[in-house]
Design a protein around this ligand. Structure first.
Ligand SMILES: [Zn+2]
Length: 147
């Protein structure tokens, strides 16, 4: 677990047929807030749903993804997260598309640095797991302190 996120709340998300229990950073507008790469793998943004051949299917968002880009002055970005369980296919997916979705979901959990599959999605910007990201961030902080 990322040691930087000490203030976390346990949240139960009703994800269609199942309930997903996850650690979130708090709540906004009554929705659990996840940081980049921390949301449960079954929750996707509108863009990610589209990439997976799905659509929200009239459901309300079940959570929010809140993150900043790497530059410290970059403004906060908020994306609504939708349940893949309650999403509908944009068209009937072929077996190839189903395989592509399964592959995409798995790929989102594999770190490019250590090649381990994590139980969360790694950020698409770095494709690193939090352990590797933290290690790099720590190096960068050390460099700053020396400078
Ligand atoms: Zn890693």
């Amino acid at each position: 677990m990322n040691p930087r996120n000490r203030r976390q709340s346990v949240v139960t998300i009703h994800d269609g047929r199942t309930h997903v229990v996850a650690l979130c950073r708090g709540f906004r507008d009554g929705l659990p807030v996840f940081g980049w790469g921390e949301a449960p793998a079954t929750l996707l943004t509108r863009t990610q749903l589209r990439a997976a051949g799905l659509r929200p299917n009239g459901q309300d968002p079940v959570a929010l993804l809140v993150f900043r880009h790497h530059r410290p002055y970059a403004r906060e970005t908020v994306a609504e997260l939708f349940s893949t369980e309650r999403a509908a296919p944009r068209r009937v997916p072929s077996p190839a598309q189903r395989r592509a979705l399964a592959f995409a979901l798995r790929a989102r959990r594999v770190c490019v640095e250590c090649a381990r599959e994590k139980d969360y999605c790694v950020p698409t910007s770095t494709r690193q797991c939090w352990d590797c990201f933290e290690a790099e961030a720590a190096d960068a902080t050390d460099a700053l302190e020396v400078a």
